[in-house]
Design a binder for this molecule. Structure first.
Ligand code: ZN
Length: 307
């Protein structure tokens, strides 16, 4: 039965998911500016009369928005429907890979084709059992290939959670190891460029302001305010829910962007405040919460406004 399903899924490999799609807008400076503002990318290559688009915007030019894009072919929808029918009703984007052949410039008119490159056999992950689907989008300008974008999703049948799962572990790498060493010592460390003294958070290998590679750290004093927040309703993630409703509870929770007293912002949680009572401008105070034997995270708690 499963083998039969895999055969039917694999039959979609090589089929088109989009044919001769066109970008909804030519490459343009306003979208580039919004992107750079959202990411805090101040690279001068992306502004001014000779601006190019950030390479990682490649996918943005092909996006169809709420109304979809031209050129969508039925094969991809059929494949997803087949996976839905087999019980793989959930979806998560797992990763993407991009290749850039030349920079995109304002005025470039995008066309693209998307092919279903591969459908995996049955895989079991912590989320559940399902199939990885990889699509490859070839992006062209004037018929010439300018970049490719591979996008992989997992369509899966969600695993039944019997007990509250642990919080996901942070990804610690050589660029941010110092931050996590600070957390172990219950210190929230902010990187500071030793060339221009610009503070940066999250940790990065170089200074976005001057490009300098050298840095030291300053310890946050722990004060801050909620700069913005979102409330996650779906999908439910029991690991992120305060456990006052029992082990199976997976209710909404707030993700906050805290502006630290030092001026940089970090994503965290406000503990001790119901998700629907979190407000922009709320003064908060840093604390370190022990989640389990090997997970301590910097979180925030509502602070009384200092008189
Ligand atoms: Zn600098």
């Amino acid at each position: 039965m499963d083998d039969d399903l895999v055969t039917r899924l694999k039959a979609y490999e090589g089929h088109r998911a989009a044919v001769a799609g066109t970008g909804k807008d030519p490459v343009n400076l306003p979208m580039i500016r919004h992107w750079c503002e959202a990411l805090g990318d101040t690279n001068p290559a992306y502004s001014g009369p000779d601006a190019v688009a950030p390479p990682t915007m490649l996918q943005a030019w092909t996006m169809g928005g709420l109304t979809g894009h031209t050129g969508r072919s039925p094969a991809y929808d059929e494949l997803l429907a087949l996976l839905d029918e087999s019980g793989c009703t959930s979806v998560v984007a797992t990763d993407c890979e991009q290749e850039y052949l030349r920079p995109l410039r304002p005025g470039d008119e995008i066309t693209f084709d998307t092919v279903i490159e591969s459908v995996s056999g049955r895989k079991t992950t912590k989320l559940g059992t399902g199939h990885f689907v990889t699509t490859r989008t070839d992006v062209r300008v004037g018929g010439a290939l300018v970049g490719t974008h591979r996008f992989r999703i997992l369509k899966y049948a969600p695993a039944r959670q019997r007990k509250k799962p642990p919080r996901p572990r942070p990804v610690v790498n050589r660029d941010n190891a110092g931050f996590w060493e600070g957390v172990e010592q219950r210190r929230l460390l902010i990187q500071r460029c030793t060339a221009c003294a610009t503070l940066r958070f999250p940790w990065l290998p170089g200074c976005a302001h001057c490009g300098g590679p050298d840095w030291d750290t300053v310890e946050a004093n722990g004060g801050g305010t909620v700069y913005s927040y979102v409330v996650m309703h779906h999908p439910p993630f029991p690991a992120f829910t305060e456990s006052d409703h029992g082990a199976d509870a997976a209710g909404p929770y707030a993700v906050v962007l805290v502006e630290l007293a030092e001026g940089v912002r970090m994503i965290s949680n406000v503990v001790g405040t119901p998700y629907d009572k979190v407000r922009i401008g709320m003064p908060v105070r840093l604390e370190f919460r022990v989640y389990d034997d090997d997970l301590v995270l910097p979180v925030f708690r509502a602070a009384e406004e200092d008189a």
